[in-house]
Design a protein around this ligand. Structure first.
Ligand SMILES: [Zn+2]
Length: 309
């Protein structure tokens, strides 16, 4: 009798183990399927981000727009099933993202956040507060006349570890000026930035991105590089937060440069930039990007030569 009972229990136990292992393998497969979907380049992330956005209102939706959560889970799900060849293995005892985190930091692709037309005493400060809160460094392309008005904000940008670029003295279309006048626009702005912050930028962004061969030559003569962008938020025009979010999340790639503004544009337009910023910081980081300054991007030797010349 005892033997039968024992045998019966043994059978039950074995049955439970088989069922449990099937369930585990099933879970892993499903998670892996998600993972493959998520990592199929930018387009998969785009689809996820867009569907998150479109399914609700701006503010409510952003908080939960979290494609990377699936990614992280998938990462941990992969190792037991793959190594065990479908055998029953104990659940991973490490914290969820322990192994992934290490892998990611090594090859984290860079993205740079850039803000044009400041400094000012309104939006530039709000943007700096957000960047400080998230401990993220960005690049500010400053206009000379604005630095003259708000030298203390220019100084704050540098003090808080951000990079500076020159965005001309008067936000002129440089392609319409003589080489001599272009040189003057650059030089005068370099001087006031140096005076206000102690820093001489080595980056230049022509207003409106308007660049000619001659303007580029003048920039190079000043021993500077011209920095364009890969994603234009069109924040100055009052573009909605959700449209900008979708644009940024679906069009950002490795070595991407995102264009925003810290001054100017249509009335209250940059309120949207301030709302957008924490969301893209969080979600770009969750998507595995390292947010760096343009200077860091150049120093790493890894940047898009179509955007930085
Ligand atoms: Zn500008």
């Amino acid at each position: 009798m005892r033997g039968t009972k024992f045998f019966g229990r043994g059978l039950l136990g074995a049955f439970c183990i088989v069922m449990l292992s099937m369930a585990l393998v099933g879970c892993s497969l499903i998670r892996e399927a998600q993972f493959v979907g998520m990592t199929g380049g930018g387009s998969a992330d785009t689809a996820t981000s867009s569907s998150n956005i479109e399914s609700g209102q701006e503010t409510a939706v952003f908080a939960d727009a979290d494609p990377s959560e699936a990614k992280q889970e998938a990462g941990t799900a992969v190792h037991p099933s793959e190594q065990g060849g479908g055998k029953l293995l104990p659940p991973p005892s490490k914290p969820k993202n322990d192994t992934n985190e290490k892998k990611d930091t090594k090859s984290r692709p860079h993205v740079a956040l850039t803000f044009d037309d400041g400094p000012d005493h309104k939006y530039t400060e709000q943007i700096l507060d957000i960047l400080k809160e998230y401990d993220v460094k960005a690049t500010f392309f400053l206009v000379g006349t604005q630095v003259k008005k708000y030298p203390e904000i220019a100084k704050r940008i540098v003090d808080e570890g951000h990079a500076l670029g020159n965005h001309s003295w008067s936000h002129a279309d440089l392609t319409k000026l003589s080489a001599k006048d272009v040189a003057q626009q650059i030089d005068k702005t370099q001087q006031i930035i140096k005076q206000a912050t102690g820093v001489s930028p080595r980056l230049m962004r022509a207003p409106y991105g308007a660049l000619s061969k001659s303007v580029l030559e003048t920039i190079h003569k000043a021993d500077m590089k011209h920095v364009a962008w890969t994603v234009d938020t069109k924040d100055w025009a009052g573009t909605s937060v959700s449209d900008m979010y979708k644009n940024v999340m679906s069009n950002t790639r490795k070595d991407g440069i995102i264009l925003m503004h810290s001054f100017g544009g249509r009335k209250d337009a940059l309120d949207h930039t301030v709302k957008l910023l924490p969301k893209i910081i969080k979600d770009l980081q969750k998507d595995g990007y390292d947010l760096v300054t343009v200077d860091e991007m150049i120093d790493s030797g890894d940047y898009k030569t179509s955007a930085i010349k």
